[in-house]
Design a protein around this ligand. Structure first.
Ligand code: OGA
Ligand code: ZN
Ligand code: ZN
Length: 406
């Protein structure tokens, strides 16, 4: 699917019109009334025929199969019709492909696909974030498209956002999931309750400190976004939330300690979790602590000490160097200048990029009377995937910025 920002050419009085079509051995050279000339290979034109036999109108999907297409195909003839608003191509098998001029103009080869999500750039942060946390009113996020879009955009820019004024009851995480798209299911189900319980299946369900970590790096595709909704906060000391931007810390590490950085981007670590919640599970995946994208830039952090497995795919002589590197990174993540700490208030929801904004929690104590069933601290959590969040942003951009898609 191709999308462009609404341009001058798109207004009805200035429709892009074809003024000339020249044929060469493998493509058409098409010139428009604004002087632009684009080349369109024959096989590409046949493959992208927009007629209802080749492109199913209600699903907006190609239904012609590659096996139906001859890669060497050449049109029999062509015709500019409606004063340059359409190009009709006649194929040897009598098939006819009508191409709206506007569609051809938008899908030109030398124009990279426009994706409004790509305009949003991440901005690394340190401890100053404590005073700059993007905050949004829960009700506005649920009702106002603009506020929802700002909130979702900030998940790309900062990797963290705070919603305030949510109900102090279960169901908020699920409601946000429905507002954005749908939640990512894990072995814990659609949502999870963070409560201190006996014989817990996860360290989070205790009163223990949780070091800065990402959730579930043992999945091949870990959860992208995590939400934690505070229903009840502990009245005792502790239970504070900590966050740290691993994009910033690993970028710093690349400059200051390139050998440590190199080790952490290279050595694959095994993450593993075996247990039972609704059903038994045994998840396992190996990945480097710092993952880079194809440009060699930060893609994801996968540090979680609780589920790092003993198995290491490195020579035994390299083990100590790996520990040195990881321990150094861990110290940097926890540095005062990199980390923020606050105690979630009841009715707040913190939403963050699970592959970038690492999270932790200080230990807390059970309230008196816990044994009688009183909840000391109660968070509800859920996950979203980037696909769903980015889809929501694109739809909101279409709605709010009047973007046309084809
Ligand atoms: C979690 C977690 C943090 C907290 O459930 O994944 O890290 O504040 N919880 O309890
Ligand atoms: Zn067709
Ligand atoms: Zn966690």
């Amino acid at each position: 699917m191709n999308r462009v920002k609404r341009q001058k050419m798109d207004t009805s009085e200035e429709e892009p019109r074809i003024v000339e079509v020249r044929r060469s051995s493998e493509w058409y050279e098409v010139t428009w009334n604004d002087g632009y000339t684009g080349r369109y290979p024959f096989v590409w034109l046949r493959d992208n025929c927009r007629c209802p036999l080749c492109y199913y109108p209600s699903s907006k999907q190609r239904c012609v199969l590659l096996s139906d297409i001859d890669v060497e195909i050449e049109p029999e003839s062509e015709e500019i019709i409606d004063n340059g608003e359409e190009l009709k191509i006649y194929w040897p098998d009598k098939h006819v492909s009508p191409f709206p001029s506007r569609w051809l103009y938008r899908n030109r080869f030398d124009k990279t696909q426009y994706d409004s999500v790509n305009d949003i750039k991440p901005k690394p942060w340190g401890s100053e974030m404590i005073n700059q946390l993007p905050k949004f009113d829960y009700t506005k996020v649920m009702e106002d498209s603009r506020v929802l879009r700002d909130c979702l955009r900030s998940l790309i820019v900062s990797g963290i956002a705070m919603l305030t004024g949510a109900p102090k009851e279960q169901g908020v995480t699920e409601a946000i999931g429905k507002r954005v798209g749908h939640l990512r299911t894990t072995m814990y189900g659609k949502i999870f309750e963070v409560l201190a319980i006996a014989s817990s299946s996860n360290l989070a369900y205790t009163t223990l400190k949780l070091g800065l970590h990402v959730d579930l790096p043992l999945y091949e595709i870990p959860p992208s976004i995590q939400m934690l909704h505070c229903i009840k906060q502990c009245e005792t000391i502790g239970g504070e939330s900590q966050f740290c931007d691993a994009m910033k810390v690993t970028n710093d590490l690349k400059e200051s300690d390139p050998e440590f950085y190199d080790t952490l981007t290279r050595v694959k670590v095994d993450f593993r979790l075996r247990g039972k919640d609704f059903i038994p599970y045994h998840y396992q995946f190996a990945r480097p602590i710092i993952e880079l994208d194809e440009k060699g830039e930060f893609k994801a952090i996968s540090h979680n000490n609780a589920v790092r497995a003993p198995y290491m795919n490195i020579p035994v002589e390299e083990a100590k160097n790996f520990y040195k590197s990881l321990a150094y990174l861990d110290r940097k993540l926890n540095d005062k200048e990199n980390m923020i700490q606050f105690k979630l208030k009841e009715g707040e929801v913190v939403i963050f990029n699970n592959n970038r904004a690492m999270h932790g929690r200080s230990s807390f104590r059970m309230a008196q009377g816990y044994d009688e069933g009183k909840k000391t601290r109660h968070l509800e959590g859920g996950y979203l995937q980037w696909d769903v969040v980015k889809s929501a942003i694109r739809l909101l951009d279409e709605e709010l910025d009047d973007i046309t898609i084809h």
